[in-house]
Design a protein around this ligand. Structure first.
Ligand code: AHR
Length: 497
């Protein structure tokens, strides 16, 4: 493996597109301890008078989520929203089938909207197209968005919310291609149901922006034919096609795992091509964008049956340094594909495959917390078309890959620029030159870096700060060039203007 210097070339005139703030979204599902025991935990010493965990809300604010998807996930396909609104003592206690848990319904749509207002983040609500009907979907839109004066809007007012919630972004079901889904459908059945739901939802409120369920993952035999068929049948009624993916180092092959960006790009490119092909075939002027509304690392904890308990411990993945480097690359890919990808939701936000783990009285920021936080804080404006010249290294899954994975942003309004660099090498430091053309920053005054020697190092309640970013000295930019050396197994953000 060579360690000759890498060169990152940027030109502020060469941008890929505008970075949608909705790329910094999260996902909260009624699963395990995401809602109960995570966001909402009246028994915790950190709970406010409404039951929201103050420490969790503060940590979520650090992540600067711009949008939160709710209430599922597989949970959505068995959920009837009327169960979760109105006086709490009257809300039903149910056997929840997706995760075989007890759902108390003490948290529902209005509590979710309150959370969004508190953060603040935009809500992205799902409608149940598994066991739900199009009538129920339209009624939820009325409940959330209509002014007082009709049945469901008046119900919202009676529940204490005189003003409409104004929810613009919605999902038409969840993973409806999955055999695991409650009330799963084949592609024609789903497309027909989604189209009819979309019609009545937009009749309720024409400002809605709707996401169609795309393939749940790339291994299903229906991928990507499902996507083509549902797009063709629903095109004019929808605004996004969703995709989901969970990455993992299942074969203990860290070299390949650290090159996963290749897989993320392939999935996005396949679906972007499908979208484009359908648009051309339909001779349409309407646009549909991609929404990666579930993404994360998930492979270690597969506990998915709750044993009919309330808030059981389900899929409480513990994240390590290599997982954080994969998350950082995922976000590099979001920037590199921001012309087609407009929404992305980290799945999930608390306890369940999440950047934050809680006990009743404390919380831990997991390794993946930090790359998300840094992208969400520093990436803004336009994504630049980064040219990377880098030494390469061999991987079993993707062939020879560059040691560096990179993205960059430039905000023409503020003049802020940021560069995001992952060094995939497990052993060698890598000297890097960053070369600007166009508007050149005077100095990259902020340099923040996560690095370590052990790819499996993780934060725990006993050692909550084992893997955290360090702030380094700023880097001068002389004649449009900045130089630095990236340690192995590292993620570095440089920001300046
Ligand atoms: O995020 C956990 C689960 O993964 C979601 O409920 C489902 O949509 C996906 O399969």
């Amino acid at each position: 493996m060579s360690t000759s210097p890498a060169r990152i070339s940027l030109d502020t005139e060469r941008s890929i597109g505008e970075i949608s703030p909705r790329l910094f979204g999260g996902f909260a599902e009624h699963m395990g301890r995401c809602i109960y025991g995570g966001i909402y935990d009246p028994g915790s010493p950190h709970a406010d008078e409404r039951g929201f965990r103050g420490d969790v809300v503060s940590a979520l604010r650090e992540l600067n989520f711009r949008l939160i998807r709710y209430p599922g996930g597989n949970f959505l396909s068995g959920y009837h929203w009327r169960d979760g609104v109105g006086p709490r003592p009257q809300r039903p206690r149910r056997r929840e089938l997706a995760w075989q848990s007890i759902e108390t319904n003490q948290f529902g749509t209005n509590e979710f909207i309150e959370l969004c207002r508190m953060l603040p983040a935009e809500p992205l609500l799902g409608v149940n197209l598994g066991t739900g009907t199009i009538e129920e979907a339209a009624a939820l839109v009325e409940y959330c968005n209509a002014p007082a004066g009709t049945t469901y809007a008046d119900l919202r007012v009676a529940h204490g919310y005189p003003q409409p919630h104004g929810v613009t972004h919605w999902c038409l079901g969840n993973e409806m291609d999955g055999p695991w889904q409650i009330g799963g459908l084949n592609m024609q059945e789903y497309a027909r149901k989604a189209r009819e739901a979309a019609k009545v939802m937009k009749w309720q409120d024409p400002s809605l922006r709707l996401a169609l369920c795309g393939s749940s993952n790339t291994t299903l035999p229906t991928y990507p034919e499902w996507d083509r068929v549902v797009l063709e049948m629903c095109w004019e009624h929808v605004d996004f096609l969703s995709l989901h993916y969970y990455a993992g180092n299942r074969e203990a092959d860290t070299a390949s795992y650290l090159a996963m960006a290749a897989q993320f790009e392939e999935q996005l490119d396949t679906l972007a091509a499908t979208v484009r092909c359908v648009k051309t075939k339909l001779r349409s002027r309407h646009d549909v964008f991609l929404s990666w509304d579930e993404w994360n690392v998930w492979y270690k904890d597969r506990t998915m049956r709750g044993g009919w308990a309330e808030a059981p411990h389900l899929i409480e993945e513990v994240y390590n340094l290599e997982d954080a480097l994969v998350v950082a690359q995922w976000m590099n890919v979001f920037l590199r594909r921001c012309h087609v990808l407009k929404v992305a939701c980290l799945a999930q936000i608390v306890n369940v495959i999440a950047p934050i783990l809680t006990t009743t009285d404390s919380l831990v920021r997991q390794t993946i917390f930090y790359p998300f936080m840094l992208f969400s804080r520093y990436a803004s404006g336009m994504s630049l078309d980064v040219a990377v010249r880098s030494p390469r290294y061999p991987t079993r899954l993707f062939g020879d890959m560059p040691l560096i994975d990179a993205s960059a942003s430039y905000d023409p309004v503020t003049g802020d620029t940021a560069v995001f660099l992952v060094n995939r090498s497990q052993a060698a430091p890598l000297p890097v030159e960053i070369v600007w053309q166009g508007v050149t920053p005077a100095r990259m005054g902020t340099v923040v870096q996560m690095a370590g020697t052990d790819p499996k190092a993780a934060n725990t309640f006993a050692r909550p700060d084992a893997v955290t970013p360090r702030t380094l000295a700023g880097v001068p930019v002389a004649n449009g060039v900045a130089t630095l050396t990236l340690p192995p197994l590292s993620f570095t953000v440089l920001a300046g203007r």
